[in-house]
Design a protein around this ligand. Structure first.
Ligand code: MLT
Length: 209
């Protein structure tokens, strides 16, 4: 299935392509300033979620806050995989070199991509993610770098949820860096700064930054 999206070709052929996944009520342009901070030379693919909740775009349905419609999540995750395959061909970027940047609902679908396939993403920056699916055997994620930013006072994503996600991803072999903020669910400039330094260390070593 198609996604409304924006694609900007970067100036570096070596830097990974950034996949931007917004929070509930956002759109494909929301996280462009993050891409600019994290890796200005990268190709950028900003995607809009196909589900509407009271007019607000999301990447999958939920039954209540924090209660996901698992069937829909599984379906939408497959659709996003297929969209990434299509986009890589259309825009001629390397499908195996996509790093997701997701916030909230967008971080949750990014985590779901990782839970589904070991080769879905080269890495991910997850701002305030939850555990997308419980009771799932994860694929081998050996060495896949994942940055998680979480808030100690996040009412939507309690700290235990973050710890669980960290444990699940690390248990599958992912190279997880967990960063705590003292605030709630909001995206802070300081966590984006930390994500940006982490990205440079993991993906842009030896390149001009
Ligand atoms: C979700 O539904 O994905 C999470 O509750 C976060 C949110 O989008 O509010």
């Amino acid at each position: 299935m198609e996604h409304q999206h924006i694609y900007r070709k970067g100036t570096s052929a070596e830097a990974p392509t950034l996949l931007l996944l917004h929070g509930t009520g956002g759109n494909e342009e929301d996280l462009l300033p993050l891409a600019e901070m994290v890796s200005p030379a990268s190709n950028v693919l900003g995607v809009r979620g196909n589900v509407l909740e009271n007019g607000m775009p999301r990447f999958f349905r939920r039954l209540a806050e924090g209660v996901f419609d698992v069937e829909d999540l599984v379906k939408r995750t497959q659709e996003l995989h297929a969209f990434l395959d299509w986009a890589a061909e259309k825009y001629e970027f390397d499908r195996s070199r996509i790093v997701a940047i997701g916030y909230s609902n967008g971080a949750n679908i990014a985590a779901s991509l990782l839970f589904d396939r070991g080769d879905a993403l080269q890495g991910a920056i997850l701002h305030h993610p939850m555990v997308p699916l419980r009771d799932k055997t994860l694929p081998d994620l050996s060495g896949v770098p994942v940055f998680i930013a979480a808030g100690r006072r996040d009412p939507i994503c309690p700290p235990q949820e973050t710890e669980d996600l960290n444990e699940l991803l690390s248990g599958a072999g992912a190279d997880v860096k967990l960063h705590w903020e003292n605030g709630g669910h909001q995206l802070s400039r300081s966590e984006v700064g930390m994500a940006s330094s982490w990205f440079k260390e993991k993906f842009l070593q030896g390149e001009q930054r």
